[in-house]
Ligand binder design. Structure first.
Ligand code: DGY
Length: 310
C-alpha cells in the first residue's frame, strides 16, 4: 500500500478518502518519514524545495491544502514527475466574510475603541470620539476578480457601496452588471477607491502592486484591506503612507515577510492586524484538507487529480 504523509492533522472526512489507497502517516515526525512517502499533504508553512524532494524519492504528488502554492517549487516537482495540487474555491466565502469583518473593524476603528475601553478609558459617550468612515455611497476598489473577489463584491451591495475593479481578465458584461461594478485600469482603481481591497494571487507581475508611487496615487483618507498575499504591498511604503496620514487606515491579514511584520505596523493605531485567518472556519479548513486528500488519492490511484496547480 502507498504511504500518504501529512504535515498536519487530517479530519475524518479526509482520512476516509485516503483509507483505501494509502496508509496515512504524520503529522508527528513527518520529516523523518519522507523517504517512504508516495504522497505529501502539506500547508503554506511547509517549504517544499529541492532539498525536501531529495529526501522523498518515491513522491508522486504534493497536495497542498491551501489555495496558495508559493511554498512549493513547482518547476522542481514537475522536473521530477511529481504532481502538485492545491485547494482553490472552497475558501472563497469564508475569506470574503473575513475581508468584510476586517474592513468594518478598520473603517470603524473597532480594535482601537475596544483597546481603550479595556484600558479604562471609557468615561462616557463622546460625541467626537472614534470617528470612522461611511460606507454608504463610498467606492470599493477590488484588485483581483477571482472567486474571492466576486464573493467580496457580492457582499458590497448590502453596504450601499459602488464598486470598481481591476483584474487581468475582465468579467463578462452580464456578470459585471449583476454585481453592479465596472472594470478600470490600475491607475483608475487607485484614484477611485475609498476602500481598496486586494484579492489577486501573488505573481511576478503583482508583487508590490502597491508601492510608494501607488500609495501616492490613492485617495487621501482612503483605506487598504489585504487578505490576499502580503507581498502585493511594499510594507515599508505602506507604513509611510499610514504615518503621514495619507491613508486613513489599513486592515491586514497577511504580511510581506510572514510571519514577521514591519515593526512600524505595530506602532500604528490606525492599523488592524490579524494573523492570516482568512479561511479559518472549521468547515472551510475541513473542506480544504478534504480536497488535498481527494487530490492525493486520485494521483495514488493513477487518475488525474481534480485540482492541479495552473
Ligand atoms: C490559502 O489557502 O492560500 C490561504 O492563504 C490560507 O487561507
Amino acid at each position: 500500500m502507498s504511504i500518504a504523509l501529512t504535515t498536519f492533522p487530517l479530519p475524518p472526512r479526509a482520512l476516509a478518502l485516503l483509507a483505501d489507497v494509502a496508509e496515512v502517516r504524520g503529522p508527528d515526525g513527518w520529516r523523518d518519514a519522507l523517504g517512504e512517502a508516495d504522497a505529501l499533504l502539506c500547508l503554506l508553512t511547509d517549504r517544499v524545495d529541492a532539498a525536501l524532494l531529495d529526501a522523498a524519492p518515491r513522491l508522486k504528488v504534493v497536495a497542498c491544502a491551501t489555495a496558495g502554492f508559493e511554498h512549493v517549487d513547482v518547476a522542481e516537482c514537475r522536473a521530477r514527475g511529481i504532481a502538485v495540487t492545491h485547494a482553490p474555491g472552497v475558501l472563497a466565502e469564508a475569506t470574503a466574510d473575513l475581508t468584510w469583518a476586517l474592513l468594518l473593524a478598520t473603517v470603524r476603528r473597532l480594535p482601537q475603541a475596544e483597546r481603550d475601553l479595556r484600558a479604562g478609558s471609557f468615561h462616557g459617550w463622546g460625541f467626537w470620539d472614534y470617528l470612522g468612515g461611511d460606507l454608504q455611497g463610498a467606492a470599493l476598489g477590488i484588485f483581483g476578480m477571482g472567486r474571492i473577489g466576486r464573493a467580496v463584491a457580492k457582499r458590497a451591495a448590502a453596504f450601499g457601496m459602488r464598486i470598481a475593479y481591476h483584474s487581468r481578465t475582465r468579467l463578462p458584461t452580464d456578470e459585471e452588471r449583476a454585481l453592479g461594478m465596472s472594470w478600470t485600469d490600475r491607475a483608475g482603481l487607485l484614484a477611485a477607491s475609498d476602500v481598496l481591497t486586494l484579492h489577486a494571487p501573488l505573481t511576478a507581475q503583482t508583487r508590490h502592486f502597491l508601492d510608494a508611487d501607488a500609495f501616492a496615487r490613492m485617495r487621501r483618507g482612503s483605506y487598504l484591506i489585504n487578505t490576499a498575499r502580503g507581498a502585493l504591498v511594499d510594507e515599508a511604503s505602506l507604513v509611510d503612507a499610514l504615518r503621514s496620514g495619507h491613508l486613513a487606515g489599513a486592515g491586514l491579514d497577511v504580511y510581506e515577510h510572514e510571519p514577521a511584520l514591519h515593526p512600524g505596523l505595530l506602532e500604528l493605531e490606525n492599523v488592524v492586524l490579524l494573523p492570516h485567518i482568512g479561511s479559518a472556519t472549521l468547515e472551510t479548513r475541513t473542506r480544504m484538507a478534504t480536497l488535498a486528500a481527494a487530490n492525493a488519492a486520485a494521483v495514488l490511484r493513477g487518475e488525474p487529480p481534480p485540482n492541479p496547480v495552473p
